[in-house]
Design a protein around this ligand. Structure first.
Ligand code: AMP
Ligand code: ZN
Length: 302
């Protein structure tokens, strides 16, 4: 049987993931959440002393910020927008009739001011831009959010609503690239502590269409994105469980983020795919956490 379907079925059978009838949309058991909580504490142990400002945004963001970010132009296939009924009583009557007749009631839905957050760091840039200049010594943020991507799949590691924990660094080119390198080193150490075999490789985002392929090639050629890969359902095609992105001054220019000396800020972000890391742990050490190697249990739960 296909390895992805087989792991998904085993996770359902063990009650770790809970079926909803939609591929990539799952409930999680207390045990699954405990693994994520343990791993987040491990992240805190590595990054906590850096003094990042913690911010938690809800999983929806301001549509105007989303539009300005360019996400819709680059990744229209992944974006999710929140629509709502905005009609009058007469429209309500038509809606009821349409639903009774099994018609397409969604046609009357109107876009709201909210879109689903595509990556944990997207709501951050406009937020810090409003605060004014960034200290010459840089700034660091600690984020976590549910993110939406429309990519239904039977691969349990490809979900539509999943959590990303991120650190985002704003500063000079040297500062933010050092930050990114330090998290690549830390990522390797962390995964070793939890007994996972990993490799880091250059990567690119899935920009849409033919024009998008040029953007992807450019991103790759300039080493702007690296991923930490761990075998989850296949050793031949390991899964990206962390990513390390250097945006150069692209977000700085877009959001007018300036340093004290007036120069455009550079940014970098490091993202942990929390469900993917939990799934890698279950796939590698088995579905019963009590059977996991003692050193892994200690790393996660002390
Ligand atoms: P990205 O912005 O694509 O680099 O995503 C950041 C991290 O989120 C990745 O390294 C993955 O670990 C995780 N991730 C991305 N897409 C998904 C998905 N569809 N399901 C689960 N985790 C994901
Ligand atoms: Zn990010």
């Amino acid at each position: 049987m296909d390895m992805q379907v087989s792991l998904l079925d085993r996770l359902f059978d063990a009650g770790l993931l809970i079926e909803t009838g939609v591929d990539g949309l799952y409930g999680r058991s207390g045990q699954f959440e405990d693994v994520i909580a343990g791993f987040e504490r491990l992240i805190d142990r590595f990054g906590g002393a850096d003094g990042a400002e913690a911010i938690r945004f809800p999983p929806g963001m301001n549509r105007a910020f989303f539009e300005k970010s360019g996400y819709m132009k680059s990744f229209p296939q992944l974006a999710g927008t929140v629509h709502s009924f905005c009609g009058c009583e007469l429209d309500h009557i038509s809606l009821l009739k349409c639903m009774d007749e099994d018609g397409d009631w969604t046609e009357g839905q109107k876009a709201t001011d909210i879109v689903l957050t595509p990556a944990a760091c997207y709501p951050l840039y406009p937020t810090i831009a409003r605060r004014g200049k960034v200290a010459q010594t840089g700034a660091l943020y600690d984020l976590q959010s549910y993110c939406f991507r429309h990519e239904p799949s039977k691969d349990p590691a490809r979900q539509q609503l999943f959590r990303m924990r991120e650190y985002v660094c704003v500063g000079t080119q040297e500062h933010v690239t050092d930050f990114r390198q330090s998290w690549m080193d830390r990522g390797l150490k962390m995964m070793e502590l939890v007994g996972l075999d990993v490799e880091i490789d250059v990567a690119n985002d899935p920009f849409f269409g033919r024009a998008g392929r040029m953007l992807a090639n450019n991103q790759r050629d300039q080493n702007l994105k690296f991923e930490l890969l761990i075998p989850v359902t296949s050793s031949a095609k390991p899964t990206a469980c962390m990513s390390f992105n250097y945006h150069q001054d692209a977000f700085g220019a877009k959001w007018e983020l300036a340093l004290e000396d007036g120069s455009v800020a550079h940014t970098a972000c490091v993202g942990f795919g929390l469900e993917r890391i939990a799934l890698a742990l279950f796939a590698h050490h088995g579905l019963d956490v009590k059977q996991w190697p003692e050193h892994v249990r200690t790393a996660l739960w002390g």
